[in-house]
Design a protein around this ligand. Sequence first.
Ligand SMILES: [Zn+2]
Length: 96
Amino acid sequence: MADHQRPGDTTRKGYGAQHQQLRAQLAPAVALGTVPCARCGYLIAPGELWDLGHKDGTNKREYSGPEHRTCNRAAGAAAREAARMADPAPRPMTRW
Ligand SMILES: [Zn+2]
């Protein structure tokens, strides 16, 4: 992906005024480093790039909240990996 990390490029991606407005509301809190990422749960550090994420499965109608940009961009694979780590599958080697 040839996507350089440039703040303020979200308007190019089809996000509307509501998204921009909500993001602007959240920005001061995120800038303080007090807001956890909606994906990984770790705090977003001051100055760290972040995106306003959408809940999975809502067709981008519901916002989940601020997310690390890296988490947001890697949402698919990372979310699956995190879920796997947090919720281990049954042991495949168990035999009766
Ligand atoms: Zn994160």
